[in-house]
Ligand binder design. Sequence first.
Ligand code: SAM
Length: 281
Amino acid sequence: MNYRHIYHAGNFADVLKHAVLARLIEYLKLKDKPFRVIDTHAGIGLYDLSSEEAQKTGEWLGGIGRLMGEDLPRTVAPLLAPYLDAVKALNAATNVMLYPGSPKLSRMLLRKEDRLSLMELHPEDYETLHGNFQGDFQTRVTHLDGWLALNAHLPPKEKRGLILVDPPFEEQNEYKRLVDNFAKAWRKFPGGVYCLWYPLKNTAPIREFHEALFELDIPKILAAELTVKGHREEGLIGSGLIVVNPPYTLKAELDLLLPFLKERLAQDRFGLSRCWWVRGE
Ligand SMILES: C[S@@+](CC[C@H](N)C(=O)[O-])C[C@H]1O[C@@H](n2cnc3c(N)ncnc32)[C@H](O)[C@@H]1O
């Protein structure tokens, strides 16, 4: 396990993931009934962007760094508000130094009746995560393999839930594993909202990934992708999210949000955004 999210916290991929995560939580809050957020690959929860690791890559400068302190268009400001307000709440000025990972962001948005389950396998990152949520009775942190733990957590006793699956994609077969494990989880909890993250790289089997999702014959699978640089570039050129059972408003929101994020976050003229149904109703 080499991956440490501190090097990437707040980058363009985090912006898309966390903006959508916040929208999904806000939507769940529209009903009175409690829900649970399950974050299978949680990271440490809260990131210090002034740390040596974050400063070394400076990735956040091309992500959250491009959104803070800027006037946002009237159409997208309310869509980004739950996410950006959480970031602002952690930082005194427009200068972002603390950045909420998915656990902290989720926790900041939950009501007192909602619950958060976090899994993290890396021993040190687990310790940090655990420390960040010590004494918080709404949050349970476990040092477990997120893939295995997910199965044991479903269906949540609240019967309403959002499942974020955000693996590091260190292994060759990670796209297949994501599809297989999602299918297993969906069979145990078909009513859950699922948010699955995946990287866009020029060598990645993206078409096969979408085809495999389509072949599952599971309804209401939405895909959203944001590419920030040309397909000939090495490494991460963008990221995608699969949202299963999305709020009925999400597609329209993403049709506004993604082009804006492309404008703000693209690193060259090959920026691209798209949102489509892998499977409809
Ligand atoms: C992309 S990071 C998570 C970032 C976090 N979700 C966020 O948005 O702030 C992936 C995390 O998964 C952890 N991890 C890797 N394999 C895992 C596994 N099998 N089960 C649980 N966590 C794992 C890594 O240590 C890393 O912290």
